[in-house]
Design a protein around this ligand. Structure first.
Ligand code: A4P
Ligand code: MG
Length: 213
């Protein structure tokens, strides 16, 4: 199948609603400014944070699963910039079908904990059922990075603790954001990928963009 150039930075085209990246239009005059200040103090808008999400699927109609998950997440994360889609051999538990993996970048006003909760809700809506760790799944949504924040709680670690060990994450991440820098390891996606043993990337195959896949 002919492949088009790498899709780094392509937007997904599934936007339904963007988070408001721009503040309310300014109210005019001193009274307006005072009211705007009062509103800001009473209801400060949470800051917009850039996030990277990892998607994986190896059950059912895998392309449909990726598209559905992104469509359900867009109201909270804006239009996504998407890596290409890659077919990857199963990692962790080799006795299962191959995965499709991709990485997307979005913007959100949700906290990291709220976003993780939202990812779990969307996994369930797309059809994920409980399975064993690293087992087959209709969709897996991982919060790879939340701005430059480093979180190490029992329920949430960001950057994702295995991000730097996995070809199925680093290949699409380096495709989308080669200069993204890991806030703890201080290395870019390209540098992390170059450090991986070649067996981690040997059988990863680029399928194409989500639109053409
Ligand atoms: N959790 C903590 N931090 C995070 C985070 N940054 N993002 C907690 C997402 N979840 C996070 O996740 C288990 C718990 O991790 C959650 O309750 C959450 O509170 P899970 O998705 O329910 O379980 P899991 O996915 O089976 O475990 P885990 O350790 O997250 O596995 P991974 O890392 O997601 O790996 N092979 C290929 N080729 N491609 C894949 O996509 N995926 C996996 C799953 C295994 N092999 C794979 C692939
Ligand atoms: Mg997971």
């Amino acid at each position: 199948m002919p492949l088009s150039p790498a899709s780094a930075g392509n937007t997904s085209g599934y936007a339904s609603a963007r988070p408001e990246l721009v503040e309310e239009p300014a109210l005019s005059g001193a009274k307006g400014r005072a009211e705007a200040l009062r509103n800001f103090c009473l209801h400060p808008s949470p800051a917009v944070v850039q996030v990277y999400l990892g998607l994986g699927t190896n059950l059912g109609d895998r392309i449909h699963n990726l598209k559905r998950a992104l469509r359900l997440l867009e109201p909270d994360c804006g239009s996504f910039a998407c890596s290409s889609v890659y077919e990857t051999p199963p990692w962790g538990d080799p006795d299962q079908p191959p995965f499709l993996n991709m990485v997307v970048r979005g913007q959100t006003r949700l906290s990291a904990a709220e976003l993780l909760r939202r990812l779990k809700e969307v996994e369930t809506r797309v059809g994920r059922r409980p399975s064993h760790r690293w087992g087959p799944r209709v969709i897996d949504l991982d919060l790879l990075a939340y701005g430059d924040q480093i979180v190490d709680e029992p329920e949430l670690q960001v950057p994702h603790p295995h991000l730097h060990e996995r070809g199925f994450v680093l290949v699409p991440l380096a495709d989308l954001a080669p200069n993204w820098r890991h806030p703890a390891l201080r290395q870019t996606a390209t540098e992390l990928l170059a450090r991986l043993p070649s067996r981690e990337t040997a059988d990863i195959e680029r399928i194409g963009t989500l639109a053409e896949a």
